[in-house]
Write a protein that binds this ligand. Structure first.
Ligand SMILES: C[S@@+](CC[C@H](N)C(=O)[O-])C[C@H]1O[C@@H](n2cnc3c(N)ncnc32)[C@H](O)[C@@H]1O
Length: 284
C-alpha cells in the first residue's frame, strides 16, 4: 500500500554564528543563500568529534548540556514555557548545537500531538527536555506525560529546565530504558497507570538501534489502542532502517504511516525523515 509523503517547509533560524554576532563573517560563511551549512560551525564539528562518547554517555563531552541548563535558568523568564523553548532554540543556533528534535522537526511533533489530543504520552529519550517542553505546550492541560531517559545526568538537567519553565509537575522523567529487563516497564505499569489500551501518543527519539525493539515491547504490553500515534525522529539521519522497513511491511495492516521529509536539527543541509504512524490494531 502506498504511504503518504509530507514535505514540510524549510525553517531557517536567525542568521547567527557560534559567537552569537549577527552578520559577522562566520555567519556569512555558514549561511549561504539563506540555507544553514552546519559543518562550518565549530560546535557542530565538536559534536561530530564527540560522536563516540555521545552514543556511550549521551553527552557531547564539552559540558554543553550543563551549559544549556545554566543558560535557560539565567536567560528564560521563570514559569514561561514559550520563553524556555525560545532560549533553547537560540542557544542551539548561536552557541552550541544540541541533539534536540529542534525547531523544524519540532513543528511536525507539535502538529501530531495537537491532532491526537492525547491523555497519556510516552517519550523515549529525554536528553535536556526540549521535546518535552514542546509537547507540554500543545498537549491537553490534564494530559499525563512520561519520558524515559537512560542517563541520570540528562534526566536531572531536564528536570531543572522543566521546573524553571513551570511544567515540572506536568512532565515526569523516568530513568531507565524499556530494554532493561522489565524494571522500567513494571514501573510504568505499577506507578504511572500504563494499562492496556491507555497510551495515546509515543515520541521515539533515543538509541536508533532500539527503535524497533522498543516499539515491539510497547505493542507486546498492549498499551496502544487503534488510533494511538507513534512519531519517530531521525529515521533518515543517523537512520533507523529496520524501524522504517518494519512499518513499511505493516502498512495498512497494523500501521498507517506518513513520512515527513525534513532536515536534521538546526540546519538546512542534511535531510532527515520523521515518521508519524497510526496504530490500526492487531489483525484478527
Ligand atoms: C536524541 S536525544 C533525545 C532528544 C529529545 N527527545 C529532544 O528532542 O529534546 C536521545 C536521548 O536518548 C537517551 N537514550 C539513549 N538510549 C536510550 C534508551 N535505550 N532508553 C532511553 N533513553 C535512551 C540518551 O541518553 C539521550 O539523552
Amino acid at each position: 500500500m502506498a504511504r503518504t509523503k509530507v514535505t514540510a517547509p524549510v525553517v531557517v533560524c536567525q542568521g547567527r554564528a557560534d559567537n552569537g554576532e549577527i552578520g559577522d563573517p562566520l555567519t556569512r560563511i555558514s549561511e549561504i543563500g539563506g540555507r544553514r551549512f552546519p559543518f562550518l560551525r565549530w560546535s557542530v564539528l565538536r559534536l561530530l568529534l564527540g560522536m563516540r562518547g555521545l552514543t556511550r554517555n549521551w553527552q557531547v563531552g564539552d559540558g554543553r548540556e550543563e551549559a544549556l541548563a545554566a543558560h535557560v535558568l539565567a536567560q528564560a523568564r521563570a514559569g514561561d514555557l514559550d520563553d524556555a523553548i525560545r532560549v533553547i532554540d537560540d542557544f542551539c543556533a548561536t552557541r552550541s548545537v544540541m541533539i534536540n528534535v529542534g525547531d523544524e522537526k519540532g513543528e511536525i511533533l507539535d502538529r501530531a500531538v495537537q491532532r491526537v489530543s492525547p491523555g497519556l504520552l510516552l517519550e523515549l529519550g529525554t536528553y535536556c527536555g526540549y521535546s518535552g517542553l514542546r509537547m507540554a505546550r500543545v498537549m491537553p492541560a490534564d494530559a499525563r506525560f512520561y519520558s524515559i531517559e537512560f542517563s541520570p545526568a540528562n534526566a536531572e538537567i531536564a528536570r531543572r529546565i522543566w521546573a524553571h519553565a513551570g511544567v515540572g509537575d506536568r512532565l515526569t522523567v523516568v530513568v531507565g530504558s524499556l530494554g532493561d529487563g522489565g524494571a522500567t516497564i513494571d514501573r510504568l505499569r505499577s506507578e504511572f497507570g500504563f494499562t492496556d489500551g491507555a497510551l495515546d501518543f509515543v515520541f521515539v527519539d533515543h538509541d536508533k538501534n532500539a527503535y524497533l525493539a522498543d516499539l515491539e515491547r510497547i505493542q507486546e504490553e498492549h498499551w496502544l489502542h487503534p488510533g494511538s500515534v507513534v512519531v519517530a525522529d531521525n529515521v533518515k539521519f543517523p537512520g533507523a532502517p529496520k524501524y522504517r522497513a518494519h512499518l513499511e511491511a505493516a502498512e495498512g495492516k497494523t500501521w498507517r504511516t506518513n513520512e515527513h521529509d525534513t532536515h536534521v536539527e538546526y540546519q538546512s543541509l542534511l535531510k532527515d525523515l520523521v515518521l508519524e504512524s497510526e496504530y490500526l490494531g492487531e489483525p484478527a
